[in-house]
Design a protein. Structure first.
Length: 309
């Protein structure tokens, strides 16, 4: 069996920064520090930070007064931000700068009285955070599919219109939704720059190219990781078996029975140590070669906030 390793894979700049922020905050203030939502969607990472003294909460009402609070990489609504200030939290914002860019864009559009349509997955914390950027009296319309676009009532959409997207969507599916929007609302304004982030785009491109050769794909990533799920779906759409796993322990030998070339990648929140464990597992199983497939070079770095440097 040959192993093809996708490039790029694993941690993106936003995830590295978010994890650094939690670690630096614990170092500076001591444990515990409170983190609003899983700082990144990866069980291994979250368990590691819990062991160091991070407490993950879903609601700010779970946080005592005046404690250290970190907002996750997915971003938070204005309401969460206001509540944290009200209870005197020491706030560190680990929102990925590329998500913050979307928040600023939404705020700018709303100031200009432009109706914003958000393409994203209902209930995902990034979407909740972006929807929560609405100013009073204004709303953001969420669409998840081409069908949702078809069901949008023209009357409910006072012109002008604009759209924005969650950062970790499928590039191809989003393209179809955008096409449907443009068809229905020819004057709709596009974002100044694509909102699907560089890391999502690059990891999807890498898997598309890898799966030309591989018979099967293993994606390191947690169930709730949007970008990891999108990587698995690419192989699904190419009619190849693909499995999303948290660790090598979840691999079943029955998956590998007829596989000659196996692709391995990792979502933007999954650390390389998990990929290495999968390679070890596959070598033990009988793999004889591992090939690093070449792909886009990434040199993006987001520094932690000044008070933590
Ligand atoms: S996946 Fe993209 S938007 Fe999300 S944290 Fe990474 S760089 Fe930022």
């Amino acid at each position: 069996m040959r192993i093809l390793l996708a490039n790029p894979r694993g941690f993106c700049a936003g995830v590295e920064r978010a994890i650094d922020i939690v670690q630096c905050a614990i170092k500076k203030h001591g444990a515990p520090v409170y983190v609003h939502h899983e700082v990144v969607h990866n069980k291994f990472v979250v368990d590691g930070l819990k062991a160091k003294g991070a407490i993950f909460v879903e609601k700010m009402t779970e946080v005592p007064l005046g404690e250290v609070v970190i907002f996750s990489a997915h971003g938070v609504s204005q309401a969460v931000r206001r509540y944290s200030q009200k209870i005197g939290s020491i706030i560190y914002d680990a929102t990925c700068p590329l998500v913050t860019k979307v928040h600023k864009e939404v705020a700018r559009k709303q100031k200009q009285n432009i109706q914003v349509i958000l393409i994203g997955h209902k209930g995902h914390p990034e979407v909740e955070g972006t929807l929560g950027q609405s100013s009073e009296g204004q709303s953001i319309q969420l669409v998840e599919s081409v069908a949702d676009v078809e069901n949008l009532a023209l009357d409910d959409m006072p012109l002008p219109l604009s759209y924005t997207t969650q950062t970790t969507l499928s590039v191809d599916d989003t393209g179809q939704i955008v096409q449907a929007l443009v068809k229905k609302f020819p004057k709709i304004q596009a974002p100044r720059k694509n909102d699907i982030c560089y890391a999502t785009q690059n990891r999807q491109d890498a898997v598309k190219s890898l799966m030309q050769e591989a018979d099967m794909l293993l994606v390191l990533g947690s169930n709730n990781s949007s970008n990891s799920n999108r990587l698995r779906e690419i192989a699904d759409k190419m009619h190849k078996n693909a499995y999303l796993i948290d660790t090598a322990d979840e691999i079943k030998t029955s998956w590998l029975a007829a596989v000659n070339t196996i692709g391995v990648t990792a979502g933007a929140s999954a650390p390389e140590v998990l990929v290495r464990a999968v390679i070890d597992y596959l070598y033990d199983y009988g793999a004889t070669e591992v090939v690093e497939v070449s792909g886009a070079l990434e040199n993006v770095h987001f520094p932690v906030p000044k008070p933590l440097r």
